[in-house]
Design a protein around this ligand. Structure first.
Ligand code: URA
Length: 517
């Protein structure tokens, strides 16, 4: 390279880590110092990233070809750092990373200097990328587009990340919402999951995403109710949920009104006598009068529900008992799928909040639907028998279902259980997730394929994967085993053996509980 010429490297794209790595190795092998390299991406190919360098026009070199292998060993933490920093939106990031790489090779003391300005800058960039990825995972809100007959609904979200993170975050949503078809649009990139593959494409515009739906109205009701005025710390809230995200968050519309009201409401909370949460569903009354199989259609939650939510008694956000009561009520009104319309009521989970172990079944059966309680029918009796043999008091477990309403087909006067479709289970997932968020169990047990799929976000072959601990997308421990109904249906000659194997599976959780306490 002549004294003042510069080598121009154009990478394939903003996140072309393999390309960067290959070029950087080649440049290092040719002993080309960072000051003599200008990095570009197709979008920035006219920008000179080293404008402080006095360069005379050169014939651009688009690639540095290595003359031979170089023996380059860098700490693996540096590779991890590069993989994150490369997602930053600062065009100078490639120059910074190459400079760090060069210095790691030529200045061994750099490894022991965490306060070096280049290292600190790269760490800051990595931190900002990680924060951006975290915010995308937390603040993407899907809205549903119904499509023609036979096609599942499409869930579409609009999000505006600061950095080039769409490809990096997409696998999280794929694992999380495997059974839904979804798309996330951002100004720069879009990603579509069709149930089998992720497809990346060009960016979009906010108007490409759909308008609010009924499910969102329910979510707003829940949000308004768990908002605790006495605990409002606006600065903290803005730190956790920065204002720049608000325009894409449905619940943000509520914040200014709720915040404006907070002083008066928290004063009221201090003065008011203790209150019981208002319950619209009175399970006892339903038990007493289990009449027709179909309950009157109570209608989809709409704007009036949201308004009503705003004026309800203040609910402590850190009071999971009340939050669960509200969720229970919201599930009862949920009509995101057709099952709820025909059920008597929703059957929400029950058990102590903060139970160490949460057990998740498929959906309520006939008896559960009538009583409004999970696992009280034949499958529940087998479950209770297992608990007794394991020495687990049921009142120490939180027991719930992946789907909150009973799906059945009428045969004469009998209501025959029908397995919920993936679409129905996916529609219910937000309620299960909110329940888990409130209870925060240390471990979960998935009884059967529907629960396992809901918890692990992927199809689960229960016979193959049973009796093992798995991890969900958030690192939660999930033990997979059979649903008790599968045992009830098993061949009587195999029943004893099957039951024993089931107990062995479940016993893995008692072991874990013992060590976890
Ligand atoms: N089957 C389930 O999965 N859940 C119940 O609550 C009852 C039967």
């Amino acid at each position: 390279m002549s004294g003042n010429s510069v080598i121009n490297i154009t990478l394939a794209g903003e996140t072309d880590w393999p390309g960067f790595r290959k070029e950087a190795r080649a440049l290092l092998a040719k002993l080309i110092a960072p000051v003599g390299v200008a990095w570009h991406t197709p979008a920035s190919s006219t920008a000179d990233l080293f404008s402080d360098l006095d360069v005379s026009p050169t014939s651009p070199v688009t690639s540095a070809h290595a003359h031979g292998p170089i023996n380059l060993v860098v700490p693996s933490s540096f590779v991890t750092l590069c993989e994150t920093v490369i997602l930053h939106n600062d065009p100078a990031r490639f120059g910074l990373l190459y400079r760090l790489l060069w210095r790691l090779v030529h200045e061994p003391a750099l490894r022991n200097d965490p306060l070096d300005a280049d290292r600190v800058k790269a760490q800051h960039m990595a931190q900002s990328v990680r924060r951006d990825m975290h915010k995308m995972k937390a603040f993407v809100r899907f809205r549903t587009i119904e499509r023609e007959e036979g096609k599942p609904p499409l869930h579409v979200a609009w999000f505006e990340p600061d950095n080039h993170i769409v490809e990096a975050v997409a696998p999280f949503f794929m694992r999380r919402f495997t059974q839904m078809e979804w798309a996330i649009l951002t100004p720069e990139r879009s990603v579509h999951w069709n149930g089998e593959r992720l497809h990346f494409g060009p960016g979009g515009e906010p108007r490409d995403a759909p308008a609010p739906d009924a499910g969102e109205a329910l979510w707003l009701t829940y949000y308004a109710n768990i908002f605790n005025p006495a605990r409002l710390k606006m600065a903290m809230m803005k730190k956790e949920m920065p204002v720049k995200y608000w325009h894409n968050l449905p619940e943000a519309e509520l914040i200014s009104g709720l915040a404006a009201d907070a002083m008066a409401r928290s004063g009221h909370m201090v003065e008011a006598a203790p209150t019981q949460p208002a319950r619209r569903i009175v399970p006892v009354a339903r038990v007493a009068a289990p009449t027709a199989p179909t309950a009157p259609h109570r209608g989809v939650a709409g704007a009036e529900d949201v308004v009503r939510g705003l004026f309800m008694e203040p609910i402590a956000a850190d009071n999971p008992v009340q939050a669960l009561a509200i969720l229970k009520e919201a599930t009862d009104r949920c009509r995101e799928c057709p099952i709820g319309k025909h059920a008597t009521q929703s059957v929400f989970g029950e058990g102590p909040v903060h139970a160490a172990l949460m057990v998740v079944g498929e959906q309520p059966g006939d008896q559960e639907d009538l009583h409004g309680r999970p696992f009280v029918g034949p499958a529940g009796r087998l479950f209770d028998q297992a608990l007794a043999q394991l020495g687990w008091p049921r009142e120490q477990l939180y027991v719930t279902n992946a789907v909150k309403h009973f799906k059945f087909e009428l045969r004469g006067k009998r209501r025959i259980h029908q397995t919920p479709t993936q679409r129905e289970a996916a529609a219910c997932l937000r309620w299960l997730e909110s329940e888990i968020e409130q209870v925060q169990p240390r471990a979960l047990i998935a009884l059967g394929a529907t629960a396992a799929r809901a918890l692990l976000g992927r199809p689960v072959a229960v016979t193959r994967e049973r009796g093992q601990w798995h991890e969900d997308a958030r690192g939660r421990k999930v033990l997979v085993t059979l649903h008790p109904s599968a045992l009830l249906r098993s061949d009587p000659s195999e029943h004893e053996q099957a039951y024993k194997a089931w107990l062995d599976d479940l016993a893995l959780a008692s072991e874990w509980l013992k060590h976890a306490v």
